[in-house]
Design a protein around this ligand. Sequence first.
Ligand SMILES: [Zn+2]
Length: 298
Amino acid sequence: MNPLAFQYGRLGRGKLWVEGPDRRFTQIDDKTLHIILDLNDRFDWELIQKRHGISKQELEDLEKWIRSKDLEAAEPKHGRIERLDRFRTPLDLSGFLYFLALMIVIQALYWEALARHVSLTAPSQIFVIFPIACAGIIFHELGHFLALRPYTRPRLGMTWIFFLPAVFVQSDVLWKLSRSRRVLVNLMGIFADSIFNCLAILWVFLNPSFEPWVTPLLVTQYIRWLIVLNPLFQGDGYWLFSDLFGVVNLKTEGSRDFKRRKVNVFFFYHLARMVFTIVILLSLALMIYHLLEEVLFR
Ligand SMILES: [Zn+2]
């Protein structure tokens, strides 16, 4: 077997991603990786079998599987394994977490001391607050974008969260980063939100008359956090959860086990997802109903 050309990195507990020359990702476990590395080092098959406690048949099957995954290099000169935690970044995780915590404390103090008007004082306020809230979303994504920029040129994508348009940053490179680096990239969105929120708070501190404008704006930011940080939806919270607890493919495994009625953690995850989605849709419908009722029947 020719040496294999692929890059790999850690996903979670005992699981890794590998990317072949065709740039497709495959998930493997630790043992498989070590067998592949041994094959690459051209170890004797009998030695590999003994080392990993597998039969000849299993090793043959694995080799066949590797070939089907196109991990094999087109030319042996590409047959180098790259370890990807070689990336450098100017950002330091502990300093970053310190500033994030500090900004969250500032926001908590604002709610304790200054916030008075949680809802709008006049309906027309919405024409000012809505565009600023949208700018906040772009600022959030800019945070992810800048955190990823040292490694790649991220693409911006568009999606829908229920009926709300949402912008997101796309990048396959995320998987190639170390776990702590991925946590940092994922947290960078709420870090950017916190900068935005703290600037708004500073504004109120300097001009207290703006409090009835800033507080409802902050409410929209926190409602967005409820969705973005919620691990039940595939947002920042989902990926943070996956990195912190080493669980991958939560959504796919959840819907698969649910369909098979296999009762486990993934099953309950999928169940919670469905219940939460129904609750959100129902409360949205109620909200729209009340709004229409106010506008039409008064
Ligand atoms: Zn985000």
